[in-house]
Design a protein around this ligand. Structure first.
Ligand SMILES: *Cc1c(COP(=O)(O)O)cnc(C)c1O
Length: 364
């Protein structure tokens, strides 16, 4: 050997492809590719961020004590059972890393979040894909994919990139049917977009069940994607295992302060949820009205819509056409989703604009 050799399971990883922010020819355009908050960030969070401790030579609070207290207050949790990450992506990696390794299996759905496969392969575990049910999560298919080697099951609810939602009863049935030795990770990156009645009660499950981890993020409705802050809630034993492999000082001082302030700004999250409800509904209707051109909207409860192209105009053609017209969407052939575009709900102008551009493209 003439050079260091990466582990074979690392070279099996297809690198994560982030949503683009520029067109092929470098123009800055409407970025509807990463499910960011079109209303920006909470003014209170911005103020806290700007006023955060200026002592750049000091490490942040390694225990994120104030942030955990604020989260515990907000959601009625035990602060000792909260873990925090550099984005909830890190929390997902910690779950895979603490509970799975070579020879173990990690199950997720076919059109699932791209990080699950990377998290599984990174630790040498085998990713196992459960088939979808018309793009939605199929609890029976997940259960059928579970073997005595399964250590972790990842379920995003609502799911990304499909936007589909699995009701509370189905999540409860999934949990009840899984072996107690399997960690069920409920990825709630979009749960703030649900109404209280719709909530799947994942946090309630995590409060009492020793094999449930809920992950959440400040990147989506809270509009703090740049600061990379996520968190998770599970039993003390699960959290304790994950802390052992967490990078020390993994959340910045300014990020912790901004997140605490964001938690206290219900006006901003309420406005963000309402904006999304209104424009997701409007955009879904627009796409449905293009049904005769072969477009189909997968019903979404997140801050984006998966649009399928089942007629003459392909998703690839629409992706390129929209980019020409100044709208960057997400085309995911690498995830086996070459027939659809995931389009984030932007500002009113952006949503109206992308709908009009789409109509021009498909009606030619
Ligand atoms: C965006 C997203 C995340 C996490 O994002 P972070 O910025 O790392 O917190 C996690 N899961 C799903 C399904 C997502 O869409």
């Amino acid at each position: 050997m003439t050079a260091p050799q990466p582990k074979p399971w690392i070279m099996d990883i297809a690198p994560y492809v982030p949503g683009r922010s520029q067109t092929d020819d470098g123009r800055k355009v409407a970025k509807l590719s990463s499910n960011e908050n079109p209303l920006g960030t909470s003014p209170k969070a911005r103020e806290a961020f700007d006023g955060a401790d200026r002592s750049l030579e000091r490490y942040p609070d390694a225990g994120a004590a104030e942030l955990r207290e604020a989260l515990a207050d907000k959601h009625g949790l035990d602060p000792a059972r909260i873990i925090y990450g550099t984005g909830s992506d890190e929390v997902l990696h910690l779950a895979a890393g603490a509970f799975a390794g070579p020879g173990d299996e990690i199950v997720f759905v076919k059109y699932g979040f791209a990080v699950y496969e990377i998290a599984a392969r990174r630790v040498g575990a085998t990713p196992v894909v459960a088939p979808d049910k018309d793009y939605a999560t199929d609890v029976d298919a997940i259960l059928a994919a579970v073997t005595e080697r399964t250590r972790v099951v990842f379920v995003a609810n609502p799911n990304n990139p499909t936007g589909t939602f699995t009701p509370r009863e189905e999540i409860a049935r999934l949990h009840a049917s899984l072996p107690k030795s399997v960690l069920l990770v409920l990825d709630h990156a979009y749960s703030e977009y649900l109404t209280a009645e719709e909530d799947d009660h994942g946090l309630k499950l995590a409060m009492t069940e020793p094999n449930v981890l809920v992950t959440r993020t400040f990147s989506k409705i809270y509009g703090l994607a740049a600061e990379r802050i996520g968190w998770g809630y599970a039993s003390a034993d699960i959290i304790g295992a994950m802390h052992r492999i967490r990078a020390p000082f993994n959340v910045t001082t300014a990020g912790q302060q901004a997140a605490i302030a964001a938690l206290g700004d219900d006006d901003f999250t309420d406005a963000s949820r309402e904006h999304n409800r209104k424009w997701l509904g409007w955009f879904t209707e627009q796409v449905e009205a293009m049904g005769n051109a072969g477009l189909r909207a997968i019903p979404s409860k997140a801050n984006f819509l998966l649009v399928l192209f089942e007629g003459e105009v392909s998703a690839e053609t629409a992706y390129k056409g929209l980019m020409d017209k100044g709208y960057i969407t997400r085309w995911l052939p690498g995830q086996g989703l070459g027939e659809g575009l995931r389009i984030s709900i932007g500002t009113e102008d952006e949503v109206r604009g992308v709908a009009a551009a789409l109509r021009e493209i498909v009606t030619g």
